[in-house]
Design a protein around this ligand. Structure first.
Ligand SMILES: [Zn+2]
Ligand SMILES: [Zn+2]
Length: 147
């Protein structure tokens, strides 16, 4: 079983796969991780299903040339049926290296499922260091690989 794309270090089957298969998330952070993994795996149906009906976009287009390679959770909290997760997600879109930092809000529905409500997002340019190991996972230095 491969490592989960959310970067937890746990096998996909023990981490985000049960959520992708329809189990409720145990916490806003678990839901956020499963949504990041769904972006990485292009699971548009899951992204829609885990989006609050109030704010869910009518159409969800995932661009195939977006490559998500790292998730960092800064903090997570929940009070009753409201939750918040502050995170950064790193990705490459075409030839651009970017970082998304977002404070997301989550809400637990009457059915017990946490869903994404909305968030305050900021994008910044984030090119990996030349001597960092390449985010594509090749094991080579960035400057000798995708840089
Ligand atoms: Zn995961
Ligand atoms: Zn590379």
């Amino acid at each position: 079983m491969p490592a989960c794309p959310c970067g937890s270090g746990v096998d996909y089957g023990q981490c985000c796969q049960p959520l992708h298969n329809g189990q409720p998330a145990a916490s806003p952070q678990a839901l956020m991780r499963s949504r990041y993994a769904a972006f990485a795996m292009e699971l548009a149906d899951y992204l829609r299903a885990s989006w609050d009906a109030e704010t869910r976009p009518a159409d969800l287009e995932l661009t195939a040339d977006t490559y998500w390679y790292r998730l960092e959770i800064h903090s997570a909290a929940e009070q009753g049926d409201d939750g918040q997760v502050h995170f950064s997600a790193y990705f490459r879109e075409g030839s651009e290296w970017l970082k998304l930092t977002e404070l997301s809000r989550f809400r637990r529905g009457a059915d017990g499922f946490w869903r994404y409500l909305d968030g305050q997002a900021a994008f910044s340019c984030c090119v990996p260091g030349r001597n960092d190991s390449c985010p594509c996972g090749s094991g080579r230095k960035f400057k000798k690989c995708c840089g």
